[in-house]
Design a binder for this molecule. Structure first.
Ligand SMILES: Cc1cc2nc3c(=O)[nH]c(=O)nc-3n(C[C@H](O)[C@H](O)[C@H](O)COP(=O)(O)O)c2cc1C
Length: 355
């Protein structure tokens, strides 16, 4: 009988027992000393909520809008690579679970299933396409053109990984992306049947990317382009100036620059710099509904979850991802009611204190 899990940490512990060391290290690990990996989680814990009472919370909803369309909760699924290493259904299971939970799925450039196949297999859901820019510009263009043709509504340009971070767990285990794992973007760039280290994978990307490239992508794609991997408020302001349709405060789950500022610490500055002009999303270390509530109170429009969805996928495929999303949504709903608010948008910095 599968072991019961009641929260994301339970799922993480059980998934860790299931996965072999190389795969676990790749998915769970961070860069360098893993300070940022740890701090992402700890930084949410440094905030405290200040609940209001006697506000009639008989009807509380987690529903809200992101990019002008509804979601059942402001909890979206972050783009994460190589999901078929965790479950044979891979990204399709994750996309179906997101659709069933009424939220958006973000497809990784390094997914093991191509964007149109996800659209065909999970047609009901909202889908955005994450882009890394390959040196081979044709590969990048084909990626977003195929996604947009398949009904993806936004592009998420990830900018915090020009080279790969120093992921020592992968060095210790000798982790490689196996040659028999199909990764459509890598197949397009280099042909099928190759084995890649993570460093080799990122060596295929264009390190010369700059703000002009963001402007070009905005002009060419004609859909909202969110920029993912912003920590500095100054970069958030530049992104809005260059036409970004949204900003994702992220340090790649602590996998890129170790000692990068935790996202819970970076969020308020970005929110202030963006000043309501475009949506601000945040990810990194969000493991509880109260973490989501804190992010909303700091001014985020929504959060993304990376590893939590992956642990659900590992344990129970589509059902498991759904369970993680449902758990976090139920925890958020409870947090809203106990904070004395009826909807995500009602949380403000007045509900916050430093712990
Ligand atoms: C195993 C793994 C693979 C990832 N792959 C990608 C990716 O392909 N593209 C991307 O933009 N971000 C990627 N990320 C970063 C996530 O989108 C997200 O920023 C991060 O996981 C959030 O932190 P959390 O895992 O603590 O929720 C990856 C993260 C993990 C853990």
């Amino acid at each position: 009988m599968p072991e019961t899990w009641f929260n994301v940490e339970d799922a993480e512990r059980l998934a860790a027992e299931r996965l072999e060391p190389g795969v676990l290290g790749y998915f769970a690990g961070g860069a360098g000393d893993e300070e940022t990996l740890r701090e992402n989680r700890e930084a949410w814990r440094r905030w405290r909520l200040v609940p209001r009472v006697l506000t009639d919370v008989s009807a509380v909803t987690t529903r809200t809008e992101v990019l002008g369309a509804p979601v059942d909760a402001p909890i979206l699924v972050a783009p994460t690579a190589f999901q078929r290493l965790l479950h044979p259904d891979g990204e399709l299971a994750t996309a179906r679970a997101a659709a069933a939970a009424g939220t958006a799925f973000i497809h990784s450039t390094l997914a093991t299933i191509a964007p149109p196949d996800i659209a065909a297999g999970a047609p009901a859901g909202r889908r955005w396409a994450q882009i890394y820019c390959f040196e081979d510009k044709g590969v990048t263009r084909a990626l977003w053109e195929h996604a947009l043709a398949a009904g993806y509504e936004a592009i998420v340009l990830t900018v915090d990984a020009p080279p790969a971070g120093n992921r020592e767990r992968d060095l210790r285990t000798g982790f490689v992306v196996p040659a028999d794992l199909r990764v459509p973007s890598l197949d397009a760039a280099c042909g099928p049947g190759r084995e890649y280290t993570i460093t080799q994978t990122f060596d295929l990307m264009d390190r010369s990317l700059d703000w002009d490239d963001l402007g070009d992508l905005v002009a060419e794609t004609g859909v909202p382009v969110l920029i993912k991997g912003v920590v500095a408020a100054e970069d958030a302001a530049l992104a809005v100036e260059r036409g970004a349709g949204g900003v994702v405060v992220s340090n790649h789950g602590g996998r890129q620059l170790d000692r990068s500022l935790a996202t819970a610490e970076a969020l308020a500055g970005v929110v202030d710099a963006v000043d309501g002009r475009v949506p601000v999303l945040v990810d990194g270390g969000i493991r509880r509904g109260v973490d989501v509530a804190l992010a909303l109170a700091l001014g985020a429009d929504a959060v993304l979850i990376g590893r939590p969805a992956l642990w659900g996928l590992t344990l129970e495929g589509e059902e498991g991802v759904r369970k993680v999303l449902d758990l976090l949504t139920a925890e958020l709903e409870l947090a809203l009611a106990l904070c004395g608010v009826k909807a995500p948008g009602e949380l403000t910095r007045a509900h916050l204190r430093r712990g």
